[in-house]
Ligand binder design. Structure first.
Ligand code: GDP
Length: 368
């Protein structure tokens, strides 16, 4: 009785232990038409569910896309580009054209310069070796730009299949569900036609008689903040509505805490404004740089929160990154957490952030 059973929808080996992984089914019986919960929900309720896999399995799985003639949608989180852009994507998808969809645009302040943001995304993608055909800024949650994208996708696919790729939490299932909701034709097709999964763990959403939108499982990126903070803290840390910029006038030798998760030390430069873009629920706290260590030791989990007293143990040690910034309007981005905009430039700062989280610089994405 230890024979592995496979999902009749997507072909994944069925398992009863982890709801977030492919092939999950609450109970395995000896019926021969078993489907994993993800395929079941799609067939019966027209709903796509998030699943994820580890990177080694992912590589084997998506490498098959290279052999196809298809259109690739690569969904990323516009608030966390650094850890959601899959740099190795071209190796997996070969020469197939890539459309970059930066989701969760509703989180960015209204003052964001969308053209500049698109250009920046293009350059980041290029640097990572992704040759993207088009960049879209969407909100799967609010519906922003989805109609336009759906229309363009239909034109660009030229009758081919579309593969949707992305790391976990970028909003891939929200995006696909919004897409299905918008298109009654698709809803009908899911329940009436039977598209056997072509590849292990991929689920197919029929677009017409010949082609499908194919959902690939989300890969987990080890640098995503979600792996470093507790689920409880993540609710506070990941913004769920438009970020309100918070301005701080700082002098040399002052520090600014982002909850207990990060800290900026203003080492050198003239008094100036630091604009902080973090989830509105994370408290910011200013102190003297020479007292910051002691304050952290005393107040982590209390005044400096998240984390809370209970979740402190899950937070990695903070490590330091030093930057000498010449250009005005530079963003210091703490991956997944948010960023500081340096307005004047000509400063030296030190960032303390959880070990494993990337800290990078970019030109400000805000309108001047
Ligand atoms: P998946 O793991 O990529 O399938 O991601 P989900 O669709 O499960 O979404 C992950 C989280 O991001 C959920 O809390 C969603 O509500 C949220 N989310 C998805 N799309 C958007 C969006 O456009 N804007 C915002 N603010 N949140 C979103």
């Amino acid at each position: 009785m230890n024979d592995t059973m496979y999902c009749q929808g997507c072909g994944a080996p069925l398992q009863t232990t982890d709801e977030r992984k492919i092939g999950y089914i609450p109970k395995i019986t000896d019926r021969d038409d078993l489907m994993c919960r993800r395929c079941f929900k799609l067939r019966h309720y027209n709903v796509v569910e998030s699943v994820s896999i580890h990177s080694d399995d992912y590589k084997n799985m998506v490498a098959e896309i290279r052999e196809t003639n298809s259109l690739i949608i690569h969904l990323i989180d516009v608030f966390d580009v650094d850890s959601t852009l899959i740099e190795s994507l071209p190796r997996f998808v070969g020469k197939n054209p890539i459309i970059l969809v930066a989701n969760k645009i509703d989180l960015l302040p209204k003052s964001t310069n969308l053209n500049r943001l698109k250009n920046w995304l293009r350059s980041v993608a290029k640097k990572a070796g992704l040759n993207v055909k088009e960049v879209y800024l969407t909100s799967a949650k609010k519906g922003h730009s989805l109609d336009e994208l759906a229309k363009d996708m239909e034109q660009m696919r030229k009758g081919k299949d579309i593969y949707v790729t992305g790391v976990t939490n970028v909003g891939k299932s929200t995006f696909l569900n919004a897409f299905i909701q918008r298109s009654t034709g698709i809803k009908e097709a899911i329940t009436t036609s039977y598209f056997p999964g072509t590849t292990l763990g991929f689920i197919t959403i029929p677009l017409d008689d010949d082609a499908a939108l194919i959902d690939t499982p989300g890969i987990m990126n080890e640098h995503q903040l979600a792996h470093y903070v507790s689920n409880q803290d993540l609710k506070k840390v990941i913004p769920n509505k438009e970020i309100k910029p918070r301005n701080y006038q700082l002098n040399e030798n002052q520090s600014l805490f982002v909850g207990g998760l990060a800290r900026l030390d203003f080492i050198k430069g003239d008094r100036q404004t630091f604009v902080c873009y973090f989830a509105n629920d994370i408290p910011l706290h200013r102190t003297k740089a020479d007292q910051a260590d002691a304050l952290y030791d005393r107040q982590l989990g209390e005044l400096l929160s998240p984390p809370t007293a209970e979740t402190i143990k899950e937070l990695p040690k903070l490590v330091e990154h030093s930057f000498r910034i010449k250009e005005p309007y530079t963003d210091i981005v703490i991956s997944g957490l948010g960023w500081f905009t340096i307005i004047n430039g000509d400063v030296t700062v030190k960032i303390h952030s959880p070990k494993g989280i990337h800290v990078t610089l970019r030109k400000s994405i805000l309108a001047k």
